[in-house]
Design a protein around this ligand. Structure first.
Ligand SMILES: [Zn+2]
Ligand SMILES: [Zn+2]
Length: 242
């Protein structure tokens, strides 16, 4: 069920199968009549998310863009389903992952050879399935006005080369993608384009935000008091990322 986090931010939980399915977030106050989606999910997981948008009274005609926190298959797998339902929807992501997708290079999407063959055996994925036009290439540090809420784009490479987070200072709310989760977990750092050293720097940066609300792309969300949990998680992982 689509659920409100704060005024202007809603959450559609992912539905994990044999693979995890990313949550989708929806940004935009209803009076702004302009919505932004954050991430979509695994293949075949677009239809129920579109239904949830409709049930949440979000007119698809007012969905202007989807911003990808990064382009792993559990986040971008149903992008084509979303774009079929919302053909005018722009795709925004960090420039260093846009480069890959625009030339049809899916090494970041799958992360390694094992996932590539495992996932291809489960789903029929045509050639160039993930090749996508990217309408806006983010670099980090942009401030975006998304349907009446301000978000700062924060470049947090490490889980993947172009991972980004979105920070809203009004609510001290951080959308962390797969870089940090609730309850002491962080994103894996062994996949293609990952980098443990950069992940450590990114986690330090996140700890410095003093976020109160943490909205990761998997597992539970933290609606208040996230700061202490984030600091503990970062401290606990630091020695393993040296
Ligand atoms: Zn990921
Ligand atoms: Zn993920």
């Amino acid at each position: 069920m689509i659920e409100q986090v704060v005024d202007g931010v809603r959450w559609i939980p992912g539905r994990d199968r044999f693979m995890p399915d990313s949550h989708m977030y929806v940004i935009g106050k209803s009076d702004a009549q302009e919505y932004t989606l954050i991430d979509c999910g695994l293949m075949e997981m677009g239809a129920y998310k579109i239904e949830e948008l409709e049930q949440g009274n979000i007119p698809l005609s007012q969905v202007k863009r989807i911003i990808m926190t990064h382009t792993h298959v559990d986040h971008i797998g149903c992008l084509s389903e979303i774009l079929t339902a919302i053909p005018h929807c722009e795709v925004w992501m960090h420039e260093s992952e846009a480069e890959y997708l625009e030339r049809g290079d899916d090494r970041i999407v799958f992360g390694n050879k094992m996932f590539d063959s495992m996932i291809r055996s489960q789903y029929s994925i045509p050639k160039d399935f993930f090749k996508t036009k990217v309408h806006r290439k983010l670099q980090g540090n942009e401030t975006l006005d998304l349907g009446g809420l301000q978000f700062q784009v924060i470049s947090i490479p490490g889980h993947s080369i172009g991972s980004i987070g979105l920070f809203n200072s009004e609510h001290r709310m951080f959308m962390s993608g797969d870089t940090i989760y609730a309850d002491g977990a962080i994103g894996r750092y062994d996949l293609y384009s990952a980098d443990a050293g950069k992940l450590k720097q990114s986690l330090d940066l996140i700890a410095g935000l003093s976020a109160d609300i943490l909205l990761p792309c998997h597992n539970r969300i933290v609606k208040s008091g996230a700061n202490k949990m984030i600091r503990n998680t970062v401290a606990q992982w630091a020695p393993l990322l040296e």
